[in-house]
Design a binder for this molecule. Sequence first.
Ligand code: FAD
Ligand code: NAP
Length: 343
Amino acid sequence: MSQLNYIYDCSLDAANTLGFSVTAERYIEVDRLSDLRQLLSEVDRQQWPLLALGGGSNLILSRHISGVVLHLVNRGVNLVEQNEDQVVIEVQAGHNWHRLIEECLDHGWYGLENMALIPGCVGAAPIQNIGAYGVELKDRFFSLQAVDRQTGELVKFDRDACQFAYRNSRFKGELSGRYIIWSVRFALSTQAEANLSYKAVSDRLAQHGVYRPTPKDVFNTVCAIRREKLPDPDVLGNAGSFFENPIVEENEYQRLLTQFPTLVSFASQPGFRKLAAGWLIDQAGWKGHRQGDVGVYEHQALVLVNFGAGNRTALLSLAAEIQQSVLDMFGVELQIEPRCYPI
Ligand code: FAD
Ligand code: NAP
């Protein structure tokens, strides 16, 4: 049994992309399964609260985190299966998501490139079934292994068992906090086919005269668009999209469309419509609004930012005002996407 090396009163200022000033009572990095099991058993014995922290890009943290903050640093990619046009790879949870995509492209393994530049670690990616530019994690997901905090067992989840939905999974819902994801398997294609389903990507490629794009072209295009549109957390603290795009019933959508003919929306599951939350917030007049040291990003109303000395209380208070004004104007409820910890 090895010694668990906690860092006490550890600053997490650089470990959350909102850039809030945060201190963890105990912080620990783990790269071996045996150490993880030992930690979980101590956490259980001491009844400490536990937060699994990846890249801190989807978390709204309070100033002090009691208990333990666990950061997995297990990294690596293994080829598990290979046939004519597909590979299955296993990736350790602490691996950087964007680096994984670069490595896959170098190997000629395709399918993740539309999700380039999403910050964070592989272990967090299944939690909200990350997605961007027309592709979701579930489209390339094969299975994952996670340690059950109640039993210490390593449990395998296939795609059905994860119950992936739009920016959601069982790990964000009923199983929240119960499992520590240790590794994730992806099924990738060895055929260099580009996914051009997202108009912003296909338009940009066409503008540049790229009519038969490769997955690498898609990767470069997604990176370029993201760098233009989104604030870099190293420069301006943020957690990406702050609110989920609301999914409304068809009759509700028709009501809104009559009142707001320029309403931006997209197809969803049958009988439902996905509204662009950023458009609703923009129409309610919030884009570029600053309130003390927090605000709404000037180029994308869906992103709330920290100008430097902002904190969770100020950000959540601004978020509540935005939610109320969108409710008053459109009758639509916005839900916050990142996880507030502690609640
Ligand atoms: P964290 O923020 O550290 O954690 C997120 C959640 O996962 C927490 O509940 C945490 O406890 C849990 N968790 C982390 N690791 C584990 C583990 N190993 N086992 C169990 N639970 C774990 N999201 C998208 O879907 N699409 C986007 O395009 C996108 N773009 C973004 C752009 C920017 C600039 C930013 C700041 C964020 C963006 N996000 C996007 C949100 C975020 O990057 C993703 O949700 C990402 O997967 C979070 O990874 P992370 O490692 O930072 O997780
Ligand atoms: P955008 O291109 O300005 O589009 C606004 C919204 O419209 C998006 O949220 C997107 O929904 C939806 N949309 C656009 N074209 C669509 C299509 N062809 N089919 C279905 N839905 C469509 O969005 P953006 O803010 O710059 O983000 C670009 C992409 O990156 C989006 O996929 C977005 O989800 C992702 N992103 C996510 C985060 C995050 O933190 N979650 C942060 C930044 C970017 P979807 O969101 O469902 O794709």
